[in-house]
Ligand binder design. Structure first.
Ligand code: 13P
Length: 260
C-alpha cells in the first residue's frame, strides 16, 4: 500500500515569526508519524527558517513553485537548484492559482516539472477542472490534458518519482470538497493514464493526493478511499491543530495506528 502523504500548502501566508511558530507546533505534534508522510510548503521567504525548525524531524520541506532555469536574468524567480540547496525535497507545480492568476500554461508546468526532477526534487503536479468545466462534462478531458502535458517527455522511471494532486478548482477555498466518490473516480482515471504513460507497476507506486477544502472532519472519509493517497491542504494547514487532526485521520487509513 502507498504510504499516505499530507502536504501543507501555506500559500502566501506567514511572516517569519508566524511560520516558525506554525512549523514548530506541527513538528511537536508529529513526533513519530506512522503510515503517513508530512511535508510543509511555506512561502519562499520562510523556507530557511522552517528548514531550521524541521531539521532532524521526519517532516519534509517543500516549495510552492519554481522556475525551470538554474540561474539567469529572471527577475523575481527562484530556481529548483536554489530550492534543493535550501533542503527542499518537493516542489508544487501547476497549482490552479498559478494557472489562473499568473497565466501559467501547461508547457511551463512541464518545464518546471522536468527541471525539478533534474535537481532531485519531487514534483507535485496539480490538475483539476473548474466548476464550468465540470458542468459541461469536461472533467476527465481537462485533467487528462493537464496530466499528459505536465508529464510530457518524462521517462517512465522519472514518472515514478512524481506525485499528482487532483484539486478541483471549485473545491479550493470554498468549503465544498469533492465527495470521496467524485475524487476516487478522477483518481482512478488518472492512475489509468499513468499506467499508459509508464507501466501498471510504476503507476501503482505514484501517489495521487486530493486537494480542495480538506478539513479534519472530511479527511478521514477521503483518505479511506483506496485511490486517495493523502491530501494537499491549503487553509486548514495554517492552523496547527486542524492540520494535525488531518494527519491523524490520514494515518488511520489502512489501519495504521495514529501516533503523534
Ligand atoms: P484549501 O484547502 O484552502 O481549499 O486549498 C487547497 C489547495 O489549493 C491546496 O493546494
Amino acid at each position: 500500500m502507498r504510504a499516505a502523504l499530507l502536504v501543507a500548502n501555506w500559500k502566501m501566508h506567514g511572516t517569519l515569526g508566524e511560520a516558525r511558530a506554525l512549523a514548530t507546533s506541527v513538528r511537536d505534534g508529529i513526533k513519530r508519524p506512522r503510515g503517513v508522510e508530512v511535508v510543509l510548503c511555506p512561502p519562499f521567504t520562510a523556507l530557511p527558517a522552517v528548514a531550521e525548525v524541521l531539521a532532524g524531524s521526519p517532516i519534509g520541506l517543500g516549495a510552492q513553485n519554481c522556475h525551470w532555469e538554474v540561474t539567469g536574468a529572471f527577475t523575481g524567480e527562484v530556481s529548483p537548484a536554489m530550492l534543493a540547496d535550501l533542503g527542499c525535497r518537493l516542489v508544487i507545480v501547476g497549482h490552479s492559482e498559478r494557472r489562473q492568476h499568473f497565466g501559467e500554461i501547461d508547457a511551463q508546468v512541464n518545464l518546471k516539472l522536468r527541471a525539478a526532477l533534474a535537481h532531485g526534487l519531487t514534483p507535485l503536479l496539480c490538475v483539476g477542472e473548474s466548476a464550468d468545466e465540470r458542468r459541461q462534462g469536461l472533467t476527465f478531458t481537462v485533467v487528462e490534458g493537464q496530466l499528459r502535458a505536465g508529464l510530457g517527455g518524462v521517462s517512465p522511471d522519472d514518472l515514478g518519482r512524481c506525485i499528482v494532486a487532483y484539486e478541483p478548482v471549485w473545491a479550493i477555498g470554498t468549503g465544498v470538497n469533492a465527495t470521496p466518490t467524485q475524487a476516487s473516480e478522477v483518481h482512478g482515471y488518472l492512475r489509468g493514464l499513468l499506467s499508459e504513460l509508464a507501466s501498471k507497476e510504476i503507476a501503482e507506486t505514484v501517489r495521487i493526493l486530493y486537494g480542495g477544502s480538506v478539513k479534519p472532519d472530511n479527511a478521514g472519509e477521503l483518505c479511506r478511499e483506496p485511490e486517495i493517497d493523502g491530501a494537499l491542504v491549503g487553509g486548514a494547514s495554517l492552523q496547527a491543530q486542524a492540520f494535525l487532526g488531518i494527519v491523524r485521520k490520514a494515518a488511520a487509513r489502512g489501519g495504521a495506528t495514529p501516533k503523534e
